[in-house]
Design a binder for this molecule. Structure first.
Ligand code: FAD
Ligand code: NAP
Length: 315
């Protein structure tokens, strides 16, 4: 591992791909991006996106992201399919340990590892994951064609994916623990107008049950404890996201840079972390708006920050 790269980008979602585009187009020669799952990031799992500026038609997340890797590659960023286990820093050099044990060195790093769906903790969620419990309507909605399904959550993801499921399923129970939604008002209106969605509010899920073939239904309860049995073979869980900060975790149990109480990376307006040469962009950073356009903007700012940092690099 003698070569020292200019920049390592961890994560190939909207933030990472934009950082790669800006860094390589901005003149950095030795830029490598690592993505462990799908180039395009979590939005590739979304059934529709209608708020990316300049794209006025409603398209899927996969369609939105299709050309981003190719555009970034045109300017020279190397895109590798690999998971990064840990980033550490020894003197002025960052060390990246890949999940397969490979070690790389770099002068700067941008962490764009985004976030992943949270689990609700409901009984049966773990047991039936992949057998009736899903975190992705685009991926699994088709299995419930003309059947009834339940959606858990009250944010943008739950409501938007519930709407998507009405195109495929006979009926969607939208189960939320309060009677007010976190989702944007326009989406709430669309949900309320959709005859295929039954709102089940102020309700908690007691358990998801089934047998060897998968989910058979779920038991919900209202605030008074009255229970109801919904016999749906599919349960979609959208109860928020958890940031992927593991790459910054050090062997001593601390983090490489300052983090918020919620585990997000603390950055300034230029996406600089508390550690020189280390940047963070997108959903992983503190106060992220958790939007594709914002993640892309962060990625661009972080790349410009890295270019400036490397201009004053001493050999
Ligand atoms: P991510 O998209 O999460 O990308 C991070 C990438 O890093 C992932 O591909 C991951 O595999 C990779 N990674 C993580 N750890 C490692 C590692 N150790 N090594 C290598 N790679 C790693 N936003 C909107 O603007 N409009 C919408 O309509 C919208 N709809 C949404 C619908 C759903 C269902 C969801 C879940 C999100 C939606 N969002 C929407 C939010 C949007 O997807 C995110 O804000 C955006 O994707 C964040 O981009 P990111 O690059 O920061 O992170
Ligand atoms: P979110 O906004 O955090 O909403 C999570 C929802 O799940 C909340 O309604 C919450 O209830 C509920 N919840 C949390 N834990 C629960 C549990 N254990 N059991 C039952 N319910 C639980 O998450 P999200 O919808 O995934 O969105 C994440 C981010 O991405 C947000 O910033 C969102 O705006 C963004 N996003 C944007 C778009 C878009 O722009 N179109 C689309 C999708 C996502 P309470 O309300 O009671 O807390």
């Amino acid at each position: 591992m003698s070569e020292v790269l200019d920049l390592i980008i961890v994560g190939g979602g909207p933030a990472g791909l934009t950082a790669g585009l800006y860094a390589s187009r901005g003149g950095l020669k030795n830029v490598v991006m690592f993505e462990k799952s799908v180039f395009g990031g979590q939005i590739t799992k979304s059934s529709e996106i209608e708020n990316y500026p300049g794209v006025s038609e409603v398209i899927t997340g996969l369609e939105l992201m299709e050309k981003w890797p190719e555009q970034a590659a045109r300017f020279g960023v190397k895109q590798e399919f690999a998971g990064v286990k840990r980033i550490s820093k020894i003197k002025d050099i960052f060390h990246a340990e890949l999940e397969d044990g490979t070690l790389l060195k770099s002068k700067s790093v941008i962490v764009c590892t985004g976030s992943n769906p949270k689990k609700s903790g409901v009984e049966g969620e773990e047991e039936f994951y992949g057998r009736g419990v899903s975190f992705c309507a685009t991926c699994d909605g088709f299995f419930y064609r003309n059947k009834e399904v339940a959606v858990l959550g009250g944010g943008d993801a739950a409501l938007e994916e519930a709407l998507f499921l009405t195109n495929i399923c006979a009926k969607v129970y939208l189960i939320h623990r309060r009677d007010e939604f976190r989702a944007s008002p326009a989406t709430v209106q669309r949900v309320k107008k959709n005859a295929k969605i039954e709102l089940v509010l102020n309700a908690s899920v007691k358990k998801i049950y089934g047998d060897a073939s998968g989910v058979s239904g779920l038991i919900i309860a209202d605030k008074e404890g009255n229970e109801r049995d919904l016999k749906t073979p599919g349960v979609f869980v959208f109860v928020g996201m958890k940031v992927n900060n593991e790459v910054l975790l050090q062997e001593d149990g601390g983090f490489l840079c300052e983090m918020s109480k919620g585990g997000e990376v603390v950055v300034d307006l230029n996406m600089r972390t508390s550690l020189q040469g280390l940047f963070a962009a997108g959903d992983i950073r503190i106060n992220a708006a958790k939007q594709v356009v914002c993640a892309a903007g962060d990625g661009a700012a972080a790349a410009i920050g890295a270019i400036n940092y490397l201009e004053s690099w001493h050999e």
